[in-house]
Design a protein around this ligand. Structure first.
Ligand code: BTN
Length: 338
């Protein structure tokens, strides 16, 4: 069964109402058997779908589909105070990976471009891992940005990106007080569970202009079936937002378009600031959110596992760790809490 038909069936179900296999099949011009196979494919991708003999199929919850016009308006509103240009925006239904697709586009070197997708069939994570993001429950997008000063000037960029996403989440009711933290280099956690992953890929000249593709995946909502398929503790914006907060009113829960617009606007601002001032403009904010300062961590560097105490990050965003009486500066490693 083609993923394109499965995606069309997903859109037909997005309103959260019951739809019979016959009705979906007729609207898509495919058989009831094809609809049933599509539903199986969606379930495999982590979409939570209910079935009932007399009624057909419905999503466990209605989905607010990404709407390019609404997104553009919301980004413009968010970016009101900015001086720099807003990125071009495209929204795709189904794509292998927004990072891969943007890297292959011939326009990326010219202007900043944000590409969001409802469904990534081959989403990529850091260190060659897969990134699972069920359609409708995740926010997945990539933003291309050109930097002129060579690869060395990009040190700390991935940490700056995590600060930008954290600012957008804080503005959306999920900040430090609600347990939001960063794990080196750029994971966003809420009470220790992963909420957002960031994959940064640079294309271009080591010394001259470089086009960077910043890929961001946020768990907007996480159904149990999807959570079980993720090999680490994971949470979502909706779950974390639902935790009671004493003494303070929290901003209302945002829909997918509103949250995505905030993230894209904050990220555009951060990339502009990074181009001008580098990581130093973000270091204090990152350290404030750091999950592990003064804490014991396990880290894997060049395939070797070590235990140490995280001390912070240097002016380039490298992690400073004390281990067996020595201070180590890590530029590439995988960190876990102990
Ligand atoms: C990680 O924590 O391992 C990084 C995950 C990054 C996922 C995002 S989703 C949008 C973009 N496209 C991809 O294929 N990956 C990134």
């Amino acid at each position: 069964m083609s993923e394109a038909i499965a995606y069309a069936a997903f859109r037909a179900l997005a309103d959260g109402e019951w739809h019979s296999g016959e009705e979906i099949g007729q609207s898509l011009g495919v058989s009831r058997a094809a609809v049933s196979q599509s539903v199986a494919l969606l379930a495999e991708a982590g979409v939570s779908i209910e079935r009932a003999r007399a009624k057909g199929y419905r999503l466990a919850q209605p989905v607010e589909l990404l709407d390019p016009l609404k997104l553009k308006q919301l980004i413009a509103r968010e970016a009101n105070h900015r001086t720099g240009p807003s990125p071009e925006l495209s929204v795709m239904g189904i794509v292998d990976s927004t990072n891969t697709r943007l890297a292959g586009a011939d326009f990326i070197a010219q202007t900043p471009h944000a590409l969001a997708a409802e469904w990534q069939t081959r989403g990529r994570g850091r260190l060659g891992r897969r990134w699972l993001a069920p359609p409708g429950d995740a926010l997945t997008f990539s933003l291309s940005w050109r930097f002129d000063d060579g690869a060395a000037a990009l040190a700390g960029l991935s940490l700056a990106v995590s600060v930008a996403v954290a600012r957008a989440l804080t503005d959306s009711g999920l900040g430090y007080a609600e347990g939001l933290r960063v794990k080196w280099p750029n994971d966003l956690l809420c009470h220790g569970a992963k909420l957002c992953g960031i994959l940064i890929e640079a294309h271009g000249d080591m010394l001259g202009p470089t086009t960077v593709i910043v890929g961001v995946g946020i768990n907007y909502r996480l159904h149990e079936s999807a959570r079980a398929a993720i090999d680490q503790a994971a949470t979502s914006y909706v779950d974390a937002h639902a935790q009671p907060l004493t003494g303070m009113a929290r901003p209302r829960l945002l829909g997918r378009n509103a949250l995505l617009a905030k993230v894209i606007a904050q990220l555009s601002q951060a990339l502009e600031d990074f181009a001008r001032h580098g990581f130093l403009a973000f270091r204090d904010a990152w350290l404030h959110l750091h999950a592990h300062t003064g804490k014991s961590i396990r880290y894997v560097e060049a395939g070797q596992a070590h235990v140490g105490t995280a001390l912070g990050v240097d002016q380039h965003g490298a992690l400073i760790v004390e281990s067996q009486g020595h201070t180590r500066v890590l530029t590439s490693a995988e960190v876990q809490s102990l």
